[in-house]
Design a binder for this molecule. Structure first.
Ligand code: MEV
Length: 463
């Protein structure tokens, strides 16, 4: 069975979806019960231990992105997000891309940079040499502070030194970077404490004064690359040829590469895919956002994080390169039952695997956005989006919700009064069906075998 392909998943009720996940072995019995009983949601008591001045717990939907194939492995993608269409967009791109082999992702070691700022140095170049000559001592000291990380194969990999001009002081600053492989941990606390731990050694080596000691969120040593090939034929639809869609996507990306105004929106679309997975898996999405946008500026001006090109045989090749420093162990995984369940659903075994899937999700989201923008525009998608909120406002219950949304879009009148009209008519026909069923159960088998039951108020006739 293809784990991430669950046809018509959206048509089921929420409890039915839990059942499907259980039946397919995607969740355990215990997780099934937690979801059914809503025990996965943290209580106010747990929340009160997480942050300050707690007054409650905030809810957001958890959706599942389907069809994702990354490095030949099937993934169901948990996404925590309030914006409609995002989960559907990832699932539909993933479905398109899996037809031609899915996404191929790779990543560097999960390196987090720790920065130490040293000021009041008379001779920065000499200080730099001094630090580099004593690299081993610095590395050993930092690693000795976290022997368990070293035992897991992680720890400080290298030390780098930069000299920066200060705008407020006469003397230049020396900036030391500790490059730390934090393995499956996001590593913020670990790296911060290493930076603090080597501060006095650096002061001794440089005769300067250590000032800031903190990690850098420009995690450009923790890079994910993901790409896919889409045969041009697979792109056709909605009255557009595959060539038109392919060339349109390349042109749209060109716009984002050359214009920061467009690049900001383009990259926001990428993060529409990545942030919900970060939240679902208990990762720091502000850090991931900061890294992505800073990386998008690495050439001196803000640009797109993706590339698109036509291959020699006419396919569309899409690729993304993005920093992705995430963790699969620690805090939220232990304190938030939802995070634990969602990790299990995803079936991730390491932080680098999670990063590689998240890169592919970002690319999937971007493919969906560009495909919509260069064809029918996103308004149709937005109509669906609007129809969903109108259906909710009109009080559509889960069992008829999708039908109400579909009918609203079909009639093109996305208004609350219209939704109420549709709901009333659906409920009436549902009641008729239930009554028919009751009558059929009540009537002898021979009566129903020959004809259809007509309901006339309390009387029923078989013809
Ligand atoms: C909307 O949340 C995201 C898009 O604006 C992204 C894009 O324009 O590429 C559709």
């Amino acid at each position: 069975m293809e784990k991430s392909r669950i046809p018509k998943f959206y048509r089921y009720s929420v409890p039915e979806r839990h059942q499907i996940l259980l039946d397919r072995g995607i969740i355990t019995n215990e997780d099934f019960l937690q979801l059914q009983e809503k025990l996965n949601v943290i209580g106010v008591e747990e929340a009160d231990k997480m942050i300050e001045n707690v007054i409650g717990v905030f809810g957001l939907p958890i959706g599942l992105g389907l069809n994702m194939l990354v490095n030949q492995k099937e993934y169901i993608i948990p996404m925590v997000v309030e914006e409609p269409s995002i989960v559907a967009a990832v699932s539909s791109s993933a479905r398109l891309v899996r037809k031609s082999g899915g996404f191929i992702s790779s990543s560097t070691e999960p390196i987090l940079i720790g920065q130490i700022q040293i000021v009041n140095i008379d001779n920065p170049s000499k200080a730099k040499t001094q630090i580099l000559q004593n690299k081993e001592e610095i590395i050993n000291l930092a690693n000795s502070l976290h022997p368990r990380m070293q035992a897991r194969g992680g720890g400080v990999r290298d030390v780098e030194v930069r000299i920066l001009t200060s705008t407020s002081q006469e003397k230049d600053m020396v900036i030391v970077h500790l490059l730390v492989d934090t393995k499956d941990a996001m590593g913020a606390n670990l790296v911060n404490s290493m930076c603090e731990g080597v501060a006095s050694l650096l002061e001794k080596l440089t005769s300067g004064t250590v000032f800031l000691r903190i990690l850098s969120n420009l995690t450009d040593r923790s890079i994910v690359k993901s790409h896919c090939n889409i045969p041009v034929d697979h792109l056709k639809g909605n009255g557009f040829t595959g060539e038109q869609v392919r060339d349109g996507i390349i042109l749209a990306n060109d716009f984002a590469i050359n214009d920061p105004y467009r690049a900001a929106t383009h990259n926001k679309g990428i993060m529409n895919g990545i942030d919900p997975v970060a939240i679902a898996t208990g990762n720091d999405w502000r850090a991931i956002e900061a890294a992505a946008h800073a990386y998008a500026c690495r050439g001196g001006s803000y640009t797109a994080l993706t590339q698109y090109r036509q291959t020699s045989n006419g396919d569309l090749e899409a690729s993304i390169e993005i920093p992705m420093k995430v963790g699969t162990v620690g805090g939220p995984l232990e304190s938030n039952p939802s995070v634990r369940i969602l990790h299990n659903i995803m079936g991730i075994e390491s932080a680098t695997e999670l990063a590689e899937v998240m890169g592919a999700v970002g690319l999937a989201q971007n493919i969906a956005a560009l495909k919509a923008l260069v064809t029918e525009g996103i308004q149709r998608g937005h109509m669906t989006l609007h129809a969903r909120s109108v259906a909710t406002a009109a009080g559509a219950t889960a069992d008829i919700f999708e039908t109400v949304v579909e009918k609203l879009i079909d009639v093109g009148e996305i208004k609350i009064w219209k939704a109420q009209e549709i709901i009333t008519s659906l409920l009436q026909s549902q009641q008729v069906e239930e009554l028919e069923q009751e009558v059929i159960e009540y009537l002898p088998e021979s009566a129903t075998a020959y004809g259809k039951v007509i309901l006339l108020g309390e009387h029923s006739v078989v013809y």
